[in-house]
Design a protein around this ligand. Structure first.
Ligand code: TYM
Length: 330
């Protein structure tokens, strides 16, 4: 039986943080072992918001190096840049013709971004359409993402359904792979909002490339709940529950067992150990990253190889899609 297909991507905007790692990339590394996987860098999605071109180039290479440093292996997965496969844009256009504008303007991310002052451009409005194309073009069965992307995934499923109803069975309806824990890491400075690359304060997140001193400092000042107990109760103790999730995910230890270990200990003791657990996990990734980022040509070579693999699949889908839509072949 053919392997199931998994597709996902990360935008090269701002600092990649441990929320991105725990919600998405950590899953990618596991999934590559069992499935046919396509993992890309969503550089076209990054330019929906104003970007400094040089910085975008560097951040794109940074994500490529981080993907590899976290454990993605070019022999087991297809790693590429979204912008290297123009077929994504072509499919996005076709999907846009069956997408009501009203549906897009009601999407949470669009509304939040515009409310926070981001330019309400067409690219931002059409963000979910391109994302649906990214996924459907590889006939994905499943898409590993953090919880914040679930509405976009639902949109992709609807787009697949609509296309199939109109033009005949073509796309699978991809399911979201959202982890039970770690799918929504909250901000360290505000546990009611998710950890975010674009947070106002850098104390909100721990970057994947953060120094040991910074990790210790940020965990030390992370918000805690008003009582003293180290207990997993997301509703009543959102701050400490978030820190427990981070500990558990980084150490590969059940939350229950972490809770037991710190039963009669103070927040200060717990936080001190948490910082070390994070450092222990990130430090080999950082070392490997430093090695990889020095060799830009090697990174480009890997992305080029990925491009060839992805393009073969994307082209095959588009031949079928064009025909179904009635676009005359050459
Ligand atoms: P992006 O770049 O914002 O985030 C990359 C991945 O990290 C997850 N994530 C989190 N997980 C847990 N806790 C958090 N605080 C947290 N913050 C972010 C995101 O859910 C995501 O999985 N639209 C996507 C990129 C994209 C994509 C795609 C993904 C473009 N096309 C096709 C999947 C399939 C995005 O902006 O991710």
């Amino acid at each position: 039986m053919a392997k199931e297909i998994i597709v996902s991507g990360v935008r090269p905007t701002g600092n990649l943080h441990i929320g991105n790692y725990l919600g998405a990339i950590k899953q990618f590394v596991e999934l590559q072992k069992k499935y046919k996987t396509y993992f890309f860098i969503a550089d076209l999605h990054a330019i929906n918001e104003p970007q400094d071109p040089k910085k975008l180039e560097n951040q794109t290479l940074e994500i490529a190096a981080l993907y590899l440093a976290c454990g993605l292996e070019p022999a087991n997965t297809t790693l590429f840049l979204q912008s290297h496969i123009p077929e994504h844009l072509e499919l996005a256009h076709i999907l846009s013709t069956i997408t009501p504008v009203g549906e897009l303007s009601r999407m949470t991310q669009y509304k939040d971004k515009v409310a926070s002052g981001k330019p309400a451009n067409l690219g931002l409005l059409a963000y979910p359409v391109l994302m649906a194309a990214d996924i459907l073009i590889y006939n994905a069965d499943a898409v590993p993402v953090g919880e914040d992307q679930s509405q976009h995934l639902e949109f992709a499923r609807t787009a697949a359904r609509k296309f199939n109803a109109r033009f005949g069975e073509t796309f699978k309806e991809p399911k979201a792979l959202i982890q039970k824990e770690g799918a929504r890491i909250m901000g360290l400075d505000n546990p009611s909002k998710k950890m975010s690359k674009s947070a106002a304060s850098a104390n909100n997140y721990i970057g994947m490339l953060e120094s040991e001193e910074e990790i210790r400092r940020k965990i030390k000042i992370a918000v805690t709940d008003s009582d003293k107990e180290i207990k997993f109760e997301p509703k009543t103790k959102p701050a400490i529950s978030n820190l427990l999730i981070i500990y558990s995910q980084m150490a590969g230890e059940e939350i229950k067992s972490v809770e037991n270990k710190y039963k009669n200990k103070s927040y200060a003791e717990f936080k001190k150990d948490l910082a070390e657990v994070i450092i222990k996990k990130l430090s080999p990734i950082q070392k490997e990253y430093m090695r990889l980022i020095e060799n830009k040509n090697d990174l480009l070579k890997i992305l080029k190889q990925g491009k060839e693999e992805a393009q073969t699949a994307a082209r095959a889908t588009m031949i079928d899609v064009r025909k179904k839509v009635g676009l005359l072949g050459e």
